[in-house]
Write a protein that binds this ligand. Structure first.
Ligand SMILES: Cc1ncc(COP(=O)(O)O)c(C=O)c1O
Length: 464
């Protein structure tokens, strides 16, 4: 073993994390510079591992967007807790295949523990099964596979053995603001991305339960309703209780895409916003967003665990795999993958290091920072906050002399480097989204960022 390489990498990582909060948040290198630095000719001879690591840092760091920064507000991207980063290093050192108990006993039991904790933290039915996926898209994929198979089984069709050839039609119903990854999951499941019946939403992107009930009433047949906790721009949460009423009245499976919004359930103060969430049939959420574990990690949660197992398990017929004898967990039963990274270790460390109170506090602090940012922007001439601040998202439009200059101001903000945020289109017009999802973000970071935003808004175009 070459300990020098491992210690050097740990040293460089710690040195990076120490400097990172003070670095300009954006990347510093251009695409051309990165290609020149990284797309080097393939070497014939082996290289010294320490030199490789040092060279990688030198070449890659200019192209790192500091997503760990307390002033990174792009997309919905969490930071990483120290305990989770450390456990992630150990995950690589242990290099367990988390596919099943015999190849990763601790990885399996850790996922049992995480499953119980998550159901408790999120207030979901304790009988549900939990699988760890790469992210929320794959979590929705896993949940919707279970939903599809179960709903078609109720009509007498066995997708698991016969596939979809000649299967009865299945209705998919989602809100007009459903996340793009839901449609990707449906496409991969052979359900098509264009067959979904779309339910009207309000001005924050929340599904209308009345419109849902009308759509359900209009036609017959097995149906899956896909609701959302946390619209990607506004953070708005669908009215899950009334949606569950409608879905269950018509016998539909209710799936909730709660990539980040489901974490509102971890806070007693925010939990009323997701009231009724526990009445759904499946839930997809992320660890790498609000739980602040390193990429990648999502959770696929299904109330009817037999439906999840039947849809996803890859154990059947594999005679070389030791059989389950004492109820031991095979992670490969709950997710699309067979072999898998033991991404449960960082999750375990994150949850243990925060505890129930720390998780509630993390979620509430991010929401508090979003409120503070919205208040600062509301007082800034030329900035208009477009959303109700219900969670950690702020949606803002910038105007100068009556002209929408959101794109221009966004570029200036990104270039300025104090903070980083991303753009969107809202009501057909460019807008800017600010997502506070990092445990490191403080009120001071928000004040610094709000000042930088104002500076960029004031700056005449010619000054850049
Ligand atoms: C509501 C919602 N669903 C799903 C996703 C996809 O999550 P992932 O990138 O982890 O697959 C996102 C990502 O931002 C999201 O906001």
């Amino acid at each position: 073993m070459d300990e020098r390489t491992l210690f050097r990498a740990a040293e460089l990582a710690v040195y990076y994390l120490r400097r990172m909060p003070d670095l300009p948040v954006r990347e510093e290198a251009t695409l051309e510079e990165l290609r020149a630095a990284l797309r080097v000719p393939l070497n014939d001879a082996p290289l010294d591992p320490v030199a490789v690591v040092e060279e990688l840092v030198r070449a890659a760091e200019p192209g790192i967007v500091h997503e760990q920064s307390p002033r990174y507000f792009g997309f919905v991207i969490g930071g990483s807790l120290d305990a989770a980063i450390a456990a992630d290093w150990l995950t690589s050192a242990w290099d367990q295949n988390a596919g099943g108990y015999p190849v990763g006993p601790s990885a399996a039991v850790v996922e049992e523990a995480i499953g119980e904790w998550l159901l408790d933290l999120l207030g979901l039915p304790p009988e549900s099964s939990v699988g760890l996926t790469t992210g929320c898209q794959m979590a929705s994929f896993a949940c919707l596979a279970a939903a599809r198979n179960r709903k078609l089984a109720e009509t007498g069709w066995n997708v698991e053995s016969d596939g979809l050839f000649g299967a009865p039609p299945l209705r998919m119903i989602a809100g007009a603001h459903a996340h793009t990854t839901v449609f990707a999951a449906l496409r991969m499941l052979g359900l098509g991305s264009n067959r979904t019946e779309i339910v009207a939403t309000d001005d924050q992107g929340r599904m209308s339960p009345g419109a849902l009930a009308r759509i359900l009433r209009e036609a017959e047949g097995p149906a899956i309703v896909i609701a959302q906790a946390g619209e990607v721009n506004t953070g708005a949460i669908d009215p899950l209780g009334p949606i569950a009423d409608a879905a269950h009245e018509y016998g539909a499976w209710l799936h909730v895409d709660g990539a980040f919004g489901l974490w509102a359930a971890a806070s007693a103060r925010l939990r009323p916003q997701v009231e009724g969430v526990e009445r759904a049939d499946s839930w997809a959420t992320d660890g790498h967003k609000w739980l602040n574990v390193p990429y990648d990690c999502g959770f696929a949660i299904v109330r009817d665990h037999e439906a999840q197992r039947a849809a996803l398990s890859s154990l059947a017929g594999a005679e070389y795999i030791p059989p389950i004898e004492h109820g031991e967990r095979y992670n490969a039963e709950w997710v699309p993958e067979f072999s898998r990274r033991a991404r449960g270790f960082p999750v375990y460390a994150a949850i243990r290091s925060l505890g129930r109170r720390g998780i509630a506090d993390l979620v509430e602090r991010c929401c508090g920072c979003a409120h503070l940012m919205a208040s600062a922007l509301a007082e800034t001439e030329g900035a208009e906050v477009l959303n109700e601040i219900v969670l950690n998202q702020v949606l803002v439009r910038f105007t100068r002399d009556g002209r929408n200059v959101s794109d221009e101001v966004l570029r200036a903000i990104q270039q300025d480097g104090t903070c980083w945020m991303s753009g969107t289109v809202w009501d057909g017009e460019p807008a800017v989204r600010i997502s506070v999802s990092n445990w490191r973000t403080t009120e001071d970071d928000i004040r610094q960022s709000a000042e930088a935003i104002e500076r960029c808004l004031r700056q005449p175009v010619s000054a850049r």
